[in-house]
Design a protein around this ligand. Structure first.
Ligand SMILES: NC(=O)C1=CN([C@@H]2O[C@H](COP(=O)(O)OP(=O)(O)OC[C@H]3O[C@@H](n4cnc5c(N)ncnc54)[C@H](OP(=O)(O)O)[C@@H]3O)[C@@H](O)[C@H]2O)C=CC1
Ligand SMILES: O=C(O)C(=O)[C@@H](O)[C@H](O)C(=O)CO
Length: 281
């Protein structure tokens, strides 16, 4: 978690330290449902973002790779995530997925590779995790983690005596605060990335009013709330203007009282607006 004094000094290039030793920029650009994501990525990189959240499922790793090269920013200064797709669970298939992503990006390493979701079964999840451990050993991936993992799935890894994921990426916004998962991750040193931090635009009048109080729009207010909670938000927009405005969140601070108001908006699992498969068997 960021301390009050630390987070007020945050900027787009601020990072959190991962258990792998690498640094994760505190805001990432999401590129789901953006096949032609090069313009958004270029706008983001130009504006100061240094973190892009892609996935094999999104079918835009090539575009991300082109944007990174065209940006002129050294590869070493940009943090790129991908995710092993659900049908690719298994040792050989996951290793092949990493190789294929490297080829698609045109990179010689991926910063963070996640298991996209627990949607297979315990045995295949563990084989997939072992494959990511091997890919890391081979230097193809720098940091490994999971996504949509509930405490049960994280415990499977711990009980198998395997390396702890550095990151768990889950749906996380005021209406779906994933309390148990966040508690587990904080206890075990797992950084929590917040996907769908803008509720896919489904904010309510209370959030609009709170944002107005700070002369911010609801998207900016939501990104700021996520940061102040110590999460790493991944706002998505295909529009370069919104990519820029969504990151204009470092010149204000939500008061402790208003944080409490938003923290009380949790609707638990009913508040989810995506697949949120954290209870998968
Ligand atoms: N691991 C996983 O299972 C998942 C991961 N993710 C990751 O998290 C990222 C973000 O989540 P996502 O589900 O895309 O949803 P977000 O909460 O980021 O919302 C994106 C939606 O909000 C719109 N939007 C963006 N900015 C604004 C704004 N300023 N004002 C009004 N509307 C706005 C976008 O439209 P427009 O593009 O037209 O601006 C889009 O429709 C994904 O792109 C992906 O990288 C997401 C879901 C699941
Ligand atoms: O964006 C992702 O990574 C996803 O897996 C999802 O968006 C997911 O498929 C979904 O939310 C469907 O509504």
């Amino acid at each position: 978690m960021f301390s009050r004094t630390r987070y007020i000094k945050l900027s787009l290039t601020s990072t959190v330290k991962l258990s792998s030793g690498y640094e994760l920029p505190v805001v990432g650009l999401g590129v789901y449902q953006n096949n032609d994501c090069k313009p958004a990525c270029l706008a983001a990189l130009k504006h100061g973002y240094r973190h892009i959240d892609s996935a094999r499922m999104y079918r835009n790793e090539e575009q991300v790779g082109h944007a990174v090269r065209e940006s002129g920013i050294p590869r070493s200064e940009i943090f790129i995530t991908s995710k092993v797709n659900n049908p690719e669970h298994g040792y050989g298939t996951a290793l092949a997925a990493v190789d294929d992503s490297l080829k698609k990006f045109g990179f010689d390493y991926i910063d963070l590779m996640l298991i996209h979701s627990p949607l297979s079964d315990k045995a295949r999840r563990l084989e997939t995790w072992k494959a990511l451990i091997e890919a890391k050993k081979q230097g193809k991936v720098r940091t490994i983690g999971v996504s949509n993992y509930g405490p049960k799935h994280l415990e499977e890894i711990r009980e198998a005596g395997l390396e702890t994921p550095a990151v768990n990426q889950v749906e996380l916004h005021p209406f779906c605060q994933q309390k148990e998962i966040v508690e587990y991750c904080n206890k075990h040193g797992i950084i929590v990335e917040a996907y769908t931090p803008l509720i896919r635009g489904g904010w309510d009048d209370k959030i609009v009013a709170l944002a107005k109080k700070y002369n911010k729009d609801p998207a900016q207010f939501l990104v700021r709330w996520s940061l102040q909670r110590g999460f790493v938000p991944l706002p998505k927009s295909s529009r370069p203007d919104r990519v820029v405005s969504n990151a204009d969140v470092f010149d204000f601070e939500i008061s402790a009282e208003d944080m409490d108001v938003v923290n009380a908006m949790d609707r638990g699992k009913d508040g989810a607006v995506t697949w949120n498969p954290v209870d998968a068997p």
